[in-house]
Design a protein around this ligand. Structure first.
Ligand code: NAD
Length: 501
């Protein structure tokens, strides 16, 4: 059998010149302009080129979408389908996404600047996997029967909540969206997806694939919009039952206020992070730990909620270990995102680049030592690139080590004992993830247990798949994506009590 060669940069560039952009909202099974006719420019961070003008929805469009979603829900056209039928349709949806992987990966890369190899594997491959994994679970989730006397029966069942608004960020645009819409649709809800204004293109494109797969009109809607207008309208809407959010902690808090000011809709939040990566001197393989540390801060240009932004390294191995990390970061220097060998691409936009550069400047003013990087790259491209950057001599009291930068900026702190490591690791408002590197099983478990974080990785960074729940402690959020636990967000639990004569 002849092997088809992998696409080259030239192949991707050729595909990009022939690419068309879906730029309208998707409401009640149709692509439509915003009622106001407003649009916003969608820019590629690769070179600053305007890709297309996208419909800019507002409260009037939100009303239309909520009505369509509510009508579809009340009609029972989706929620009352046999679970196996919903499963079949969602599996087809996943399949269509996989079949259109190249186009979707290209859209993600052009829109957001990430390397094509990761758009294809992590983002689009991961999205298809998230939908198919969730679909497979639909007809395997059972209710419960309460322990009762023989003349009574207590049924504990799950029901769809109704209309779910999913508001998502730009760092893994379609993947983060799928972690919401897959379980929400699986449980029979209607969904209104609000992508980030910085990366709306894949969400808009897959709306058509959802229809092609057989998801009924009104059940899956996509509302792009500039700024906070349409997201706020959904969050304040009296007929949205659940808000599922991934984004910053500041906006997450605001959404809780909107829910309180409106209909007390359920609010589930996946928010920011400042994750500690703890390396003990007895780590089983320091080279491997250094490679993972480099990847943990540089992957997706550091625009990852779980990025290992704080390296806590045992003082006795600090010099040796940071030298290894610096060497491991060489291959994470930014390059053209359409080159299949590129590991690190562009920062999402000019605003985010300025934020990252601002923190790099701040780190120097705060007295941390710049060990690597610190500079903008490829300015001549018109795009937004920055070198992976390492600060040593950092402390949790510094802004670079306490605030979420959302860029490839690593703060290195040191510790002298397990207790000291745990104390410094937990000294943050966030609690999304943490890693521990040690060959000592006792130390590994003791530390993992003491860490206040939703995910803890032992001798790896960023491990896990669809089988493991994902979410945060403290101000990193509330509720879990992925795994069967995700269904909790999109179902109400009903107790039905029967008495027999
Ligand atoms: P953001 O909070 O600025 O925006 C997220 C979404 O909310 C966007 O769609 C945005 O348009 C919308 N939005 C903004 N203001 C709003 C308002 N007032 N009302 C309603 N909607 C509003 O976040 P971002 O910059 O897009 O993404 C980066 C953040 O996302 C980081 O903090 C990162 O840690 C977080 N994140 C968390 C996870 C997780 O699972 N915990 C995963 C990925 C990203």
């Amino acid at each position: 059998m002849t092997k088809i060669p992998a696409p080259t940069r030239e192949d991707w560039e050729h595909l990009a010149t022939n690419l068309t952009f879906t730029n309208q909202a998707f409401i009640n099974g149709e692509y439509v302009d915003a009622l106001s006719g407003a649009t916003f420019a969608c820019e590629s961070p690769i070179d600053g080129r305007i890709l297309t003008q996208v419909a800019s929805c507002d409260a009037a469009d939100a009303d239309l979408a909520v009505k369509a979603a509510r009508n579809a829900f009340e009609s029972g056209i989706w929620r009352d389908l046999p679970p196996a039928k919903r499963k079949q349709i969602l599996l087809k949806f996943a399949d269509l996404i996989a079949k259109n992987r190249d186009e979707l990966a290209l859209l993600e890369t052009l829109d957001m600047g990430k390397p094509i190899r990761f758009s294809s594997s992590v983002d689009i491959g991961g999205t298809a996997r998230a939908i198919s994994w969730t679909a497979e679970a639909i007809d395997k989730v059972y209710g419960e029967i309460a322990p009762t006397p023989t003349n009574q029966m207590g049924l504990i069942t799950r029901e769809a909540v109704g209309v779910v608004a999913a508001i998502v960020p730009w760092n893994f645009p379609l993947l983060m969206a799928s972690w919401k819409f897959a379980p929400a649709l699986a449980m029979g809800n209607s969904v209104i997806l609000k992508p980030s204004e910085k990366s709306p293109l894949t969400a808009l494109r897959v709306a058509g694939l959802a229809k092609e797969a057989g998801i009924p009109d009104g059940v899956f809607n996509v509302l792009p919009g500039f700024g906070t207008t349409v997201g706020k309208a959904l969050a304040l809407h009296m007929d949205v039952d659940t808000l599922a959010f991934t984004g910053s902690t500041a906006v997450a808090k605001q959404l809780m206020i909107y829910a309180g000011e409106s209909n007390m809709k359920r609010v589930w939040l996946e928010a920011g992070g400042k994750s500690p990566n703890i390396v003990f001197a007895d780590a089983p393989n320091l080279e491997k730990a250094a490679e993972a540390t480099a990847q943990g801060i540089a992957f997706n240009m550091g625009q990852v909620c779980t990025a290992g932004t704080r390296l806590l390294v045992e003082a006795s191995i600090k010099d040796k270990f940071v030298t290894l990390v610096k060497a491991a970061l060489v291959k994470w220097q930014p390059n053209h995102p359409l080159d299949p060998n590129t590991l690190n691409g562009a920062i999402v936009d000019k605003q985010q680049l300025s934020k990252v550069l601002g923190y790099i400047e701040k780190g120097q003013q705060e007295g941390a030592s710049l060990l690597a990087g610190g500079e903008q790259a490829f300015q001549e491209s018109g795009g937004y690139y920055v070198q992976p950057t390492v600060f040593t001599d950092a402390k949790n009291t510094m802004q670079i080590a306490s605030e979420e930068i959302f860029g490839p900026v690593l703060s290195v702190l040191t510790f002298d004992s397990m207790e000291d490591a745990i104390k410094q690791a937990n000294d943050t408002i966030y609690g999304l993830a943490a890693a521990v590197w040690t060959a000592d099983l006792n130390k590994a478990h003791k530390t993992a247990k003491a860490l206040r974080a939703g995910s803890v990785w032992i001798n790896n960074y960023d491990g896990g798949d669809m089988t493991a729940p994902f979410g945060g402690f403290k101000q990193s959020g509330k509720g879990r994506d992925k795994s069967l636990h995700a269904f909790d967000k999109y179902t109400e639990i009903k107790a039905t009590w029967l008495s027999f004569e």
